[in-house]
Design a protein around this ligand. Structure first.
Ligand SMILES: [Mg+2]
Length: 342
């Protein structure tokens, strides 16, 4: 791949050589931070419009300047190496500028290719390219994917997979939270993110729990997975929507524990089984008596009692054993916890 990565000087010579050999030279640019199918497809289609394709990869500083201070994920040398490995790419060059005008003036490619739903007339570079007799080409993006979407999904998956490291054992306090009917409106076998609707008072209540030091953990039965009504991916998408709706309040769910089995599987993790709670207590090294559970079903409270954790049942009725307390709303549940368990 290294021989495809050029300095400016060397690339000028290479372009001249290609022209001498009668090749049509194309040029495109971008960050190519985390290479995905959309990039591969775009570069392949770009290559069909020329005989040699040059890709200018934005430098780290230029990505920071036009995208975000937190990007890129991968450093420029690595990004250039990955792009250079693609069959559709003939030459790679680092681009310290946010805009390719200077490079295009230097190289004068026959075709300037831009990805996205632009009209050639909208592009600033059109006049420059046409001034030396070049052509501007816009290739619409054919894949519903982007580096940002990939990163967002990776972050959500991380929430379901890796417990955070804790410095001091025994100090963590978990607020166990049932999901359906407690945090969001209960819709049987919910798997459509557009139907996620927070219960009243949930963002503010979670914020208060978080502020006094509770780590927020969801514990959810997802029998619909075991029954084949939806899959883990659907479940994660619903959770992502929940996280999105909680984000404006500054609420962060640390981890999602879920049982994907059906009733018939007779597993130990499905509430009122307590395996998920036991796992969470172990991972966070949290003492159960300093934690709390908020749920809307007596089975939530049974699971909590099995590990020795106080529980609040959100219900308008009486408080059936083994619930520690019952509250009419999420907000009331939080208020009781702060007054009695804090
Ligand atoms: Mg529930």
């Amino acid at each position: 791949m290294d021989q495809k990565i050029f300095t400016r000087e060397a690339l000028v010579g290479w372009v001249a050589e290609q022209r001498l050999n009668g090749h049509k030279v194309g040029f495109t640019c971008g960050a190519f931070d985390i290479l995905h199918a959309g990039h591969v497809d775009y570069l392949e289609r770009s290559r069909r419009h020329c005989d040699r394709l040059i890709v200018a990869v934005n430098s780290d500083a230029s990505v920071r300047a036009y995208k975000s201070a937190l990007r890129p994920v991968n450093p420029e040398n690595n990004r250039m190496l990955v792009v250079a490995a693609l069959e559709s790419v003939d030459a790679v060059i680092l681009m310290p500028e946010t805009h390719p005008a200077a490079l295009m003036e230097l190289l004068k490619p026959d075709v300037y290719i831009k990805g996205g739903d632009y009209k050639a007339d909208q592009l600033e570079s059109k006049a420059l390219v046409e001034s030396y007799g070049g052509q501007v080409l816009c290739i619409p993006v054919a894949f519903e994917t982007s580096t940002s979407a990939t990163l967002e999904r990776a972050a959500a998956i991380q929430m379901h997979a890796t417990p955070p490291e804790l410095g001091s054992a025994g100090l963590a306090r978990l607020a166990f939270l049932d999901r359906d009917g407690t945090l969001i409106r209960d819709i049987p076998f919910l798997h459509d993110p557009t139907r996620v609707e927070l219960m009243p008072g949930v963002p503010a209540g979670l914020k208060r729990l978080q502020e006094v030091g509770f780590t927020l953990v969801i514990v959810s039965n997802q029998q619909g997975i075991g029954l084949g009504y939806y899959n883990e991916s659907d479940f994660i998408e619903v959770n992502r929507e929940l996280f999105r709706q909680l984000a404006p309040a500054g609420v962060r769910i640390s981890r999602v524990y879920y049982c994907p089995h059906s009733y018939a599987d007779e597993c130990e993790c499905r509430k009122p089984g307590s395996l998920l709670l036991e796992n969470a207590l172990k991972h966070y090294e949290a003492p159960a008596r300093r934690c709390c559970f908020i749920g809307d079903s007596p089975t939530d409270c049974v699971a909590a009692e099995r590990v020795g954790c106080p529980s609040v049942l959100i219900s308008s009725g009486a408080c059936p054993a083994p619930c520690t307390h019952n509250a009419a709303s999420f907000q009331e549940a939080v208020t009781w916890i702060l007054q009695n368990l804090n």
